[in-house]
Design a protein. Sequence first.
Length: 748
Amino acid sequence: MKRIDHICGPFGFRMLLAVLLAFPLLLTSQRAPNEKQESNLTQMKEIEASIEDILGQLTLEEKVAMCHAQSKFSTPGVARLGIPEIWMSDGPHGVRGEINWDNWGYAGWTNDSITAFPALTCLAATFNPGLSHAYGSSLGEEARYRKKDVLLGPGVNIYRTPLNGRNFEYMGEDPFLASEMVVPYIQGVQQNGVAACVKHFALNNQEKWRNYVDVKVSDRALHEIYLPAFKAAVEKGNVWAVMGSYNKFRGQYCSHHEFLVNTILKGDWAFDGVVITDWGSAHDTREAALYGLDMEMGTGTDGLTTTLTNAYDNYYLANPFLEMLKSGEVPEEVLDDKVRRILRLMFRTNMNPDRGMGRMNNQEHLDVARKVASEGMVLLKNQGQFFPLDPDKEMTVAVIGENATRSMTQGGGSSELKARVEVSPLEGLRQRFPKATFLHTLGYSSGPSVYGRVEPAPYDADSLRQEALAMASKADKVLFIGGLNKSHLQDCEGGDRENLRLPFGQDNLLRDILKVNQEVGVILISGNAVSMPWVDQVQGILQAWYAGSMAGHALADILSGDVNPSGKLPFTFPETLVENAAHSFGEASYPGIKKDQEYKEGIFVGYRWHETQKIKPLFPFGFGLSYTDFKVSQVKTNTKKYGSNDTVTISFDIENTGARAGAEVVQVYMGKPDSKIARPIRELKGFHKLDLKPGESQTAEIRIPVSSFRYYNEDISDWALEPGDYSLYVGNASDHAYSTLEIAVRPD
Ligand code: BGC
């Protein structure tokens, strides 16, 4: 309490206490005004008054200091007033190990190993917003326990190309899915009094050239594809911080971007939180001051972090900013707006005495990690019911592949974790299948996961191959556990993949294994789509992602049938790279030419492209098999004609017709076949995941506001609704509908 007394001293203890005690209520309120909300509003006003009070006591220098880093992951407080420092940490999948004060090295603490949650592609694949909330609240608890005020995640950059090295940190290719999943994650984190920081705003859809690539994209694609998840994070998730991206958009760096930050984020969406740079994404003091940046982190320009005694004072938003303020070139009101936002963030986090204490490494968090992992794994192929494998059977299983034992919480860049526990696939399988004899060999090898460079593989490829073939030939079944990894030019920050293929000779190895044993199941550990020249020859394929602390147990849950797979792909697997929209228009569209890039496919990203161009994907968005079967019938809408403010209610019966309990994700896509403008054939507008026991039937509903049928009309710079006929495709993948419903929308 000492610290609080300090803060309260100057501006009225009683008022602050009243505000703070009620503060948790303020954080979540969203419904129509009622008595409680009225009082929340009053309290909110009191907080704003307190902010003004503090603001009046701060010197110009103190205010400027609050706008930039004092170390790699913290900003200074104001010691004389008891205003605390702000501490931040990566990232989206767990709280990162402590980093040194002034360089990127790990600090070597012994109390910072944590629960590693599955990567966000896996979370998105659950299509389960409730689970996203559990993920966020568990992660927020860990962040709180580690004394972090801001968690640098989640990431919602859209999956545009399968080469993007950071796709694993994001929520897939569909703006609606990402929006639905990001909101509960944020709410879960923030209920702990820890700010989520949604990133990277905006258009950081590739790692290659991320520091300077200048993206051009239509307003329509910006609003329909690339911004909705950020908008949902702000308007529905009430996120308290947003991280700007490294890249440029239409000639200006995104972290201080007049249109993106001032007009859209802080203007149209009324974001009242803090805009933080990515680490080193500020480039200009005037722009940073005027175009919405509130906090500058990680700047290392001109050798600042190495050549000067206090590099932080030389940040764009430090002394150069102070000088501009003193000379009147930038009005003080600009600074005050930043400091107000920073103080607001503090009242929500480290100046809120009601926030919980947090918890870390407890069983509940491991359970959440395991549930997300097993619910997110996607069964892509299951010939002759190859899976599940019977845990009571004696059998010899050759587990081939480096990813059977490789740590996947290490590497990958800023999302790297120091997991207290990481159960490998091999270990998980050994524990769950005690009667089976597991043989294991790498089959191929790659170098360690170091950042920014590729290290050579330590072993001789041919010897590994020979050993794998010998092992495969004497096994009853082969589980090939491969995919990508967290090394540079794989699924890793700072670089993109070079092609769609499996790396390290895995395709050839699989081809040779199939010559000696046809009973092969492939487990792909990756955050990205890969090509599969062996798709027709193998018996089973499971997309198992980067699954965190409980990876091996979750895999065993699925392979044993303890958990029936219910994950659905959050992005399309194209057969070849050029079949992906971003790669269909040459270099100008990816990776760009001489720093300039144009997203030539416009709104036709992912399945929107495949459907429109009639390019059959290898595996479509929304697809995933189960060990049971579902029958969906009686699909209907509540009426056939709707006004623009109405909601379409689609009801259906679903029956589990198989012998195992399971879950299905029923998905509704909208199309406007006679549209006057170019529109995707289908766009996801609703989904519902249902758990059903064997033989069980349920009736369920999906509600879709007609307003979500709007498109972004560039002529009026606003959303517009086309009246007329719409088709609703109710199915279980972007290319599979059980039923198509026709409805009409009346003109206003
Ligand atoms: C990444 C961010 C991360 C930051 C701090 C940057 O390189 O792009 O996502 O939060 O570093 O580690």
